[in-house]
Design a protein around this ligand. Sequence first.
Ligand SMILES: [Zn+2]
Length: 206
Amino acid sequence: MREAVLCYHAVSPTWEHRLSIHPDLLLRQVRLLRRARRVRATFDDAFRSAAMVFPALERIGVPIQIFVCTGYASEGAPLTIPELAGDDPDELATLTWDELRAHQERGVFFGSHGVSHDHLTRLGDDELRRELTESKQRLEHELGRPCLELAYPYGEHDVRVRRFVRAAGYERAYGLYEDRDDPYALRRLDLYRRHSPVRALLRLYA
Ligand SMILES: [Zn+2]
């Protein structure tokens, strides 16, 4: 059975934000999609709130992966990117290295989401290289395992970015929209609060 890699962000029963999904809806989406595909649940930005669904996902055997912005993980700082200015900093809190290590011990996988959640396609060569290399090295240093996967912030990439990602030593990278035969442009299905389980399933075939 093919694998569907799902992309989520924050999880909350109360926070009505486009990046936040109710835990019950997330689990209903996953349960329905599992009838059609092997499912992996990935969580971008390492929001602390995402961890509330990990036990339920583990119980049904769904692998969990967190894509971490290493510039925020030292203190679990809220993700302060321009696109989220004005949003509740408590809801945007991220997991600290200690918390990430504890999740790793229970079987969670990791990957890089860059250092600062920048738009990689807009960066000069030096900055781009730094986002890719520094985040990879930091994850490997903090978690003690090779970091071979990257999720592009905003799903944005182009030929140059993909070339730099390969050169930095990653084996795979995930965008959001494409579905091509390129390990550096792998598709994920990003699911939000507006997707009923049936709509989520239909998007698999879109
Ligand atoms: Zn992100």
